[in-house]
Write a protein that binds this ligand. Structure first.
Ligand SMILES: [Zn+2]
Length: 295
C-alpha cells in the first residue's frame, strides 16, 4: 500500500504544485459551439460561456494561472466575469476561485463543495490531512439537487450526482446549446480517479454516466474534466468500462478475497491496454477504488 501511495504522490497532478513551471503554461481556448468554449492549461478544463450578460466559467484551474486565464477571457469578451461554477472541490478545478472572484463574481457549487473547501478532513488516498482553504475560495452560492439558471440566453441546469468522483460533483448542462461540462465524473486520461475519502464511489461514477446519457443525445458535445471534447459514444465506452470492471471486482469480493488477494489476481488484465495508460491511475489503484467502495 505504501508503494501505491508513493507512486500516486509522484504522479498526481494535485501534488505537483512546487514542480510546475507556471510561466511555461499556455492557456489555449478551444471552441465547442456558438459562444461556448473551453480553456486548456494545467488542471481541469475551464468551460466558458460569453455573451451580453458577461462571462460565466466552469472551474478555474490553479491560482498561479489566474492572470493568464483572465487575459484569455478578456480576449474572448469585453464583459465582466459574473459566474464561476465549480464542478467539485479539487484544487485543479477551484484553485482560481479567490483570485478570479475578487471583482465580485459569484461562485456557485453544490453545498458539499463548500463543506470540503471549508473543513479539513483526512484523506486515505494522500495519507494526510486535506486542509481547509481560506474563505475567498469558498462558493458564495450553494444548492442541493438541481440548480437552474439563465445567462446569455442559455438555459443552464446544474445537476448534482451524489458520491461519484467526490460527494459534491455536478454535471453542467448548457441546455440551449446542447453542451455538457462533466467535470471529473467523465475524464479521458484512462482509469478515473475516485476520491474515496471525499465520498466518491464506483457506483456513483456509473450513475453519473447514466445521468449524462439521460441528458445527452448523439449530437451533444461533452467537455470532460480532463482531456479533449467527447461525445455520447465516448461516454458509453467509459460506462462499459466502469460497469465491466465493477462486476469483476464485485464477483471476487463476494468470494471473500481480501483487497491484496484481489489485486494479485490481476483482475483487470483485459482492460489494461485501453485504460491503464501509464499516467495517473494504474489498474491496481483502480481495483482498490472499486473494492473499497462496493457495498
Ligand atoms: Zn477531481
Amino acid at each position: 500500500m505504501k508503494k501505491i501511495l508513493f507512486l500516486l504522490s509522484a504522479l498526481c497532478p494535485l501534488l505537483l504544485f512546487s514542480q510546475t513551471d507556471w510561466e511555461a503554461v499556455v492557456i489555449k481556448n478551444i471552441p465547442v459551439k456558438g459562444n461556448i468554449s473551453y480553456l486548456e492549461g494545467r488542471g481541469g478544463n475551464v468551460g466558458v460561456l460569453t455573451g451580453e450578460d458577461g462571462i460565466l466559467i466552469v472551474d478555474d484551474q490553479y491560482a498561479e494561472l489566474s492572470d493568464k486565464i483572465s487575459q484569455t477571457l478578456s480576449g474572448l469578451s469585453s464583459g465582466d466575469l459574473k459566474y464561476i461554477l465549480n464542478t467539485h472541490y479539487h484544487g485543479d478545478h477551484t484553485g482560481g476561485n479567490e483570485n478570479l472572484s475578487a471583482d465580485g463574481a459569484t461562485i456557485v457549487a453544490h453545498e458539499n463543495v463548500k463543506k470540503r473547501l471549508s473543513t479539513p478532513f483526512y484523506s486515505t488516498m494522500w495519507d494526510r490531512e486535506v486542509e481547509a482553504k481560506p474563505e475567498g475560495f469558498w462558493p458564495t452560492e450553494t444548492f442541493k439537487g438541481v440548480k437552474r439558471m439563465s445567462f446569455n440566453g442559455e438555459e443552464i441546469e446544474i445537476h448534482h450526482v451524489p458520491n461519484g468522483h467526490t460527494d459534491g460533483d455536478v454535471l453542467v448542462y448548457f441546455k440551449t446549446s446542447n453542451v455538457i461540462h462533466a467535470g471529473d465524473l467523465f475524464v479521458r486520461y484512462g482509469f478515473p480517479f475516485i476520491d474515496v475519502s471525499a465520498g466518491g464511489s464506483i457506483n456513483g461514477m456509473i450513475k453519473a454516466q447514466n445521468n449524462i446519457k439521460k441528458l445527452a443525445s448523439s449530437d451533444t458535445k461533452i467537455i470532460p474534466g480532463h482531456g479533449k471534447e467527447a461525445n455520447y459514444e465516448d461516454v458509453e465506452e467509459f460506462l462499459g468500462m466502469l460497469t465491466g470492471t465493477r462486476d469483476i471486482i464485485a464477483d471476487i469480493k463476494k468470494q471473500g478475497k481480501t483487497l491484496d488477494e484481489c489485486i494479485s489476481m490481476n483482475p483487470l488484465e483485459d482492460y489494461k491496454e485501453r485504460w491503464d495508460t501509464g499516467g495517473f491511475i494504474s489498474a491496481d489503484v483502480f481495483v482498490r477504488f472499486i473494492y473499497e467502495t462496493l457495498d
